[in-house]
Design a protein around this ligand. Structure first.
Ligand code: NAP
Length: 251
């Protein structure tokens, strides 16, 4: 029989870094809520792996940029898994490779909506549940930033890079805001990781093609990012908050 475990919500966990984080979380003893946007079958496959590891899992469809959907998602986690102990703000999007003078406002609005409003909304709901100020038992939040925040991604997607710069700033400020309320807030900044996200910039083979500009000579794997996320969520990181951890092969 599965005994109760701390509950972790991971946004965008149907594939890529989020899915790897869900699988590793189960191995480390977390029950997992697997959020996704479109691909229910992929999310269910991740949930099956979590259950095979002996942990509880639910899948929850919600666009993280949609407030009503996010509120409903957190209510389902409360009802079906119990009190939240961790949040991984992983859902994020890029857009087609472009220069600034080729971009339109609709693209930026969607980028800010998913990468920023989505992270803010999910963090707000997590804080309302986990903060000792609200009667909660504390917890941990990990945001997925990107080394794009310090590189700037010229002629590729400066809008994405800027959104991830804001994720860094959000992490620093929220960590201080919550430090005395039992909640640690940290970020992992991946370098170029071998996931499907690169197809959305029009360059599916970017991880392999970019190997030459990565000092370690290869792209990272989703499992290598998941390992850093799970450490930041763990009690081993009990004095680590407001940290931004680059996992990027020295890029
Ligand atoms: P990915 O393979 O494209 O997967 C994205 C995940 O997010 C999917 O599960 C997708 O669900 C979900 N998603 C997309 N839009 C969503 C929305 N509006 N609401 C809820 N879920 C949504 O991405 P990844 O490469 O694993 O990246 C994960 C995070 O790491 C992102 O924040 C990304 O910016 C960051 N990152 C990635 C890299 C890299 O090289 N891969 C580098 C630096 C930072 P569906 O499939 O169901 O739509």
């Amino acid at each position: 029989m599965t005994t109760s475990a701390p509950v972790l919500l991971i946004t965008g966990a149907s594939r890529g870094i989020g899915a790897a984080t869900a699988r590793l979380a189960a191995a480390r003893g977390w029950d997992v809520a697997i959020n996704y946007a479109r691909d229910a079958a992929a999310a269910e496959a991740v949930a099956a792996d979590v259950r095979a590891a002996g942990r509880r899992a639910i899948t929850v469809a919600a666009d993280v940029a949609d407030e009503a959907a996010v509120l409903a998602m957190f209510n389902r986690v409360d009802a079906e898994l119990g009190p939240l102990a961790g949040l991984v703000n992983n859902a994020g999007i890029v857009a087609m490779k472009a220069r600034l003078d080729e971009m339109d406002v609709a693209r930026w609005q969607r980028m800010w909506a998913v990468n920023l409003t989505g992270s803010f909304l999910c963090a707000r709901e997590a804080v309302r549940r986990m903060s000792t100020r609200h009667g909660g038992s504390g917890g941990a939040i990990v945001n997925l930033g990107s080394v794009a925040a310090r590189i700037g991604s010229p002629a590729m997607y400066v809008d994405y890079a800027a959104s991830k710069g804001a994720v860094d700033t959000f992490t620093i400020g929220l960590a201080q805001e919550l430090a005395a309320e039992g909640i640690r807030v940290n970020a992992v900044r991946p370098g170029i990781i071998d996931t499907d996200i690169h197809a959305d910039s029009g360059d599916r083979h970017r991880p392999q093609a970019a190997a030459a500009v990565i000092p370690m000579g290869r792209p990272g794997t989703a499992d290598e990012i998941a390992a850093a996320v799970l450490w930041l969520l763990s009690a081993e990181a009990s004095y680590t908050t407001g940290a931004i951890v680059d996992v990027a092969g020295a890029r």
